[in-house]
Design a protein around this ligand. Sequence first.
Ligand code: NAG
Ligand code: NAG
Ligand code: NAG
Ligand code: NAG
Ligand code: NAG
Length: 300
Amino acid sequence: MAFQRASWGSLLMIAFAVLIPSATCASDPLKTSLKPKYTFDQLWDLEKTFWDSFLYPANVKQTEGNSSSVFAPNVQGRVDITRTFDGDELNREYIFGLFSDPEHVSLVGVPIAYNITQFSANENIASATTIVTFNATTFGIVVPVTIDTWIMWDTDGKITQYDAVFHFIIGNVATKINATSSDQAVGYVSDLLAKTICATHEQYCTGSDQQYTDTAACYDFLTKDVRFGKSYELGRNTMLCREVHEHMVHYRPDIHCAHIGPSGGGYCVDDMTYTQTVLQSYFNESWIPFGYEGNQRMGR
Ligand SMILES: *[C@@H]1O[C@H](CO)[C@@H](O)[C@H](O)[C@H]1NC(C)=O
Ligand SMILES: *[C@@H]1O[C@H](CO)[C@@H](O)[C@H](O)[C@H]1NC(C)=O
Ligand SMILES: *[C@@H]1O[C@H](CO)[C@@H](O)[C@H](O)[C@H]1NC(C)=O
Ligand SMILES: *[C@@H]1O[C@H](CO)[C@@H](O)[C@H](O)[C@H]1NC(C)=O
Ligand SMILES: *[C@@H]1O[C@H](CO)[C@@H](O)[C@H](O)[C@H]1NC(C)=O
């Protein structure tokens, strides 16, 4: 597949690298040779395939089985308002499982429609803006969310890396519940989420997975000891972060119980400054085409 799609240019580049090894050429071109070169139409189809599988109820199917038709086994994913996610299983839980149960208490509910409004693509990478409509069944409202993505695919058409930015605002709930102030709305949502998280803890986090002594301690911790959190703090020491991870607990309690507990399990923690977050270097493959890196400039 790779070689069928590889252009003569890249084959020449490999030959060139083999003949004239240098510090930068010696290791990279072999990796580069495995990079597929898709046509624009193919990349558009790959992008649509991803979003089609994101929608409910197609996303339920993605959570089942033990390997993915969408993600490569070692996929690296980052969602700005949460954190980074390594590997197929974890990514299927977060990207598909999180939004797959309309009956369960949830902030945004299930995605029911999308519209790609901006799209550009080259080789094996596409950048897009997608407006996804969520049916927030818990609150009886429909919420559009803008999601910006960079996605990279391998030769099998599976995602090896994605970087997503959610423009997500927790809105509308106040009017929906007839709250007279935002404090009142937060109080209502906070109570609802804490009860949900603690019920899940009670049911699944037992034995060595137990995080709180009992449901009362759980409720107290969530409503008094951590902040509710802003919509960009779903990967911080907040109630909102624990609400995100609560959806994952039933898949693998041994992995996810710690995330809803007091420690935050490395996910719901305040361990990074603003600057560290911005400068975080996470992805193994460069998002800049080969040969165009090293574009940093200092102003005077
Ligand atoms: C996938 O799961 C099924 C049953 O759940 C099991 O029989 C099969 O061996 C698993 N495959 C892999 C590759 O782990
Ligand atoms: C990315 O690089 C790190 C550090 O070299 C390595 O531990 C990790 O396995 C790599 N991940 C992938 C998906 O290649
Ligand atoms: C999708 O977005 C385009 C703009 O890119 C707009 O013209 C169209 O009306 C949108 N469709 C829906 C269903 O929102
Ligand atoms: C949202 O979900 C509810 C409950 O399943 C359903 O009754 C309603 O029709 C859905 N709304 C939309 C716009 O699909
Ligand atoms: C909000 O007010 C409307 C109109 O007065 C009422 O129908 C609805 O039940 C109220 N909702 C809640 C959650 O109290």
